[in-house]
Design a protein. Structure first.
Length: 76
């Protein structure tokens, strides 16, 4: 799974970053299980951000990729 998120530097400039995580899953995992695994993989990347409360995922259409890409919605 690839997701995008925004990071604000000390000067107040926002930059879009992208990360790819591999979620190992059981047969037919629940949505809660997938979100928990995503949290485990992404928490260290978002730990220093002031806005890191998960609000949802939005699927982004990328016809050139076989990997699903999501925009991670974060809030404060």
């Amino acid at each position: 799974m690839t997701y995008a998120y925004w990071v604000r530097d000390n000067g107040g400039v926002w930059t879009e970053l992208s990360a790819t995580v591999q979620i190992r899953r059981d047969h037919n995992p629940t949505y809660a299980k997938v979100l928990f695994l995503l949290h485990q993989e992404a928490a260290h990347l978002l730990a220093d951000q002031d806005r890191h409360f998960f609000e949802g995922l939005v699927l982004s259409a990328d016809p050139l990729s076989d990997t699903p890409r999501y925009e991670m919605l974060l809030g404060s």
